[in-house]
Structure formats: structure tokens, C-alpha cells
Design a protein around this ligand. Structure first.
Ligand code: ZN
Length: 310
């Protein structure tokens, strides 16, 4: 592994999601000592969301006097230029967010992608510790992935990699938000599972975990939808595992919180598909909702370590 989870200087970290902003400050040794959440409220428009991010960071900076800040956002992110190229969840398009935050705070700022940074946090402090090469997945409103090699996320040409959720697993199937049909996330994301259940039963607002509980309790519709979520994810993972040959697959997100009831059938379904080779270990993420924020803190710490190098 490269990099470090340590670091003497205090940094602040913000992970901006479609629903809420998770913000934290590092403790002695570099771990996060506290996190807090504020609603993102994207209904107010992209500039207002940016103002909330800047205000939240400025508030933390005033309270804790950090040496640097780390910020992670979803969508297409170019870490090198500090641009949020496109974030549908936030309404951001070609926004120089690193520059805007650095101007507001007057300290160095690192910008990262939420899933790649979450993968980095799992690599250094979670389920990827000591693992040279693994695939990290988040299963939430969508399904996103990143390939972690020696503690760093592999980044594609334009920062738009990892969209595992839009692999077509059921051609001509369920419509997807991307405009296509039959995409993985229409079946296996937390949002997709809930939506399919709502369409089948007319009952809105049932979470993926609740669909699983109902399936276990004998609800046939729930069992079919949950089974299809597992099968489609296994289809996609068997493609990814055959292509990339990771040592391990680390998965986080709301549906995975049911533990063995998620992972045992998923491992079996992946192994069945990878009949020609051993399947990688498939394990739960360890850092939960704080992975992105932990990753943001690590980016800020890395920035400081680079600055003090000769
Ligand atoms: Zn799609």
C-alpha cells in the first residue's frame, strides 16, 4: 500500500451526496473524530448547493483551524484540474469547485470522486486493508465501482469510470435513468429494488432491506425482486471478475446491511457463473456511510504530505 492514514495536521473533510453533506474533522493520528450531516437540498439549484458546501466548510474551518480540506463529490470528477465536470445528483456542470473552496478557505484543497475516495478509505482503513488489488462497489441510488490498486483508485481518461450500474444485464428490460434499458442498477441498486417493488405492488417507499425482510417472510413478489437483484449483480460481477481478476470485491450500501442474507446468495451466484475459475472473495465494506468522508480527509492529508516533501 502507498499513502498513509496518519498525519499530524488537522484537516477537514466533506463528502457531498445528493441527499446530504457529510462533514468531519480529523483527530490525532488522522482518523475522523466527528462527523455531522447537513441536507444538500438540491431542489434549491446548483449554486445554492455550492453555497451550502462552502458555508459548511467555512464553518468547520473557523471552528477547527485546519491546514487543508478534502472534498469528494459524485459524478464525473477530474481530480487533476479540480473540476466537477458533471454531477447529475447536484446539478453541477463544469464547476471549478476546488478553486472556489480554496478561495473561500485560504488553505490547500483536494477534490476527489466520492466512490474512488471511498475505495481509497476502504483500502487504507477498511475491508481492503493489505489487499493489493480489489474492486470496490457502492450500491445505493445507483451502482458504482472503482478498481483499487496498491491503495489508489485507477482513474479513467475523463474521470467518468466505474459506472458498473449501466452494464446491460437484461437487454430490453427495465428502463433506466440513463435512458437505456435493462441496466444493472434498475434491478440491483437500492433505488431499483424499491422501485420494482412499488411497480409490482403499488406500495411506495419500501426500502431494499424491507424488500429482503418481506422476501424472507414469504412475500413472493419481494422474493422474486430480491432474487433478481442478486442474480443481476452476480451477472455483472462475474463479468467484472473475469475481466479484472481482483483478489477481492468489497461492497457497501443499504441492501448489503442485511449481511449474510445478501452476501451468501451473491457469493453462490457469482461462483456458479465463474465455473471456469475461482471466484474472488466478496466481502462487506467496513466504513459504511463515512467512507467518502474518510477518503476526503485522506486526500487532504496526502496533499499536505506532498507539500512538505522537498
Ligand atoms: Zn443505465
Amino acid at each position: 500500500m502507498t499513502g498513509s492514514t496518519g498525519g499530524g495536521a488537522t484537516v477537514i473533510a466533506l463528502d457531498v451526496g445528493g441527499a446530504y453533506i457529510t462533514a468531519g474533522v480529523t483527530a490525532e493520528g488522522g482518523s475522523l473524530r466527528s462527523t455531522e450531516r447537513r441536507p444538500t437540498r438540491i431542489d434549491r439549484g446548483p449554486e445554492a448547493v455550492l453555497d451550502t458546501v462552502l458555508d459548511c466548510a467555512a464553518d468547520l474551518a473557523e471552528r477547527f483551524g485546519p491546514a487543508a480540506a478534502g472534498l469528494t463529490v459524485p459524478g464525473i470528477v477530474d481530480e487533476r484540474t479540480g473540476m466537477a465536470e458533471f454531477a447529475a445528483d447536484l446539478g453541477w456542470c463544469r464547476l471549478p469547485v476546488r478553486q472556489r473552496l480554496a478561495e473561500r478557505l485560504g488553505i490547500p484543497v483536494a477534490l476527489g470522486h466520492d466512490v474512488r475516495s471511498g475505495g481509497m478509505a476502504e483500502a487504507r482503513a477498511g475491508a481492503g486493508r493489505g489487499i493489493h488489488y480489489f474492486l470496490y462497489l457502492t450500491v445505493g441510488s445507483g451502482i458504482r465501482a472503482t478498481v483499487m490498486l496498491d491503495g489508489q483508485a485507477l482513474t479513467g481518461t475523463g474521470g467518468g469510470d466505474g459506472e458498473l450500474g449501466h452494464i446491460v444485464v437484461r437487454p430490453g428490460g427495465e428502463p433506466c435513468e440513463c435512458g437505456g434499458r435493462g441496466c444493472l442498477e434498475a434491478y440491483a441498486s437500492a433505488a431499483g429494488i424499491g422501485l420494482r417493488y412499488a411497480k409490482a405492488t403499488g406500495e411506495n417507499g419500501v426500502t431494499a432491506r424491507l424488500v429482503q425482510e418481506r422476501a424472507a417472510g414469504g412475500d413472493q413478489v419481494a422474493a422474486e425482486i430480491w432474487g433478481e437483484a442478486v442474480d443481476t449483480l452476480a451477472d455483472a460481477l462475474s463479468i467484472a471478475a473475469g475481466l479484472l481478476d481482483p483478489e477481492r470485491v468489497v461492497i457497501g450500501g443499504e441492501p448489503t446491511l442485511v449481511g449474510d442474507r445478501y452476501f451468501v446468495p451473491l457469493r453462490a451466484a457469482v461462483a456458479e457463473r465463474l465455473c471456469y475459475r475461482p471466484a474472488p472473495a466478496i466481502v462487506p465494506a467496513e466504513l459504511g456511510d463515512d467512507a467518502g468522508c474518510r477518503g476526503a480527509a485522506m486526500l487532504a492529508q496526502d496533499l499536505l504530505s506532498r507539500e512538505v516533501l522537498p
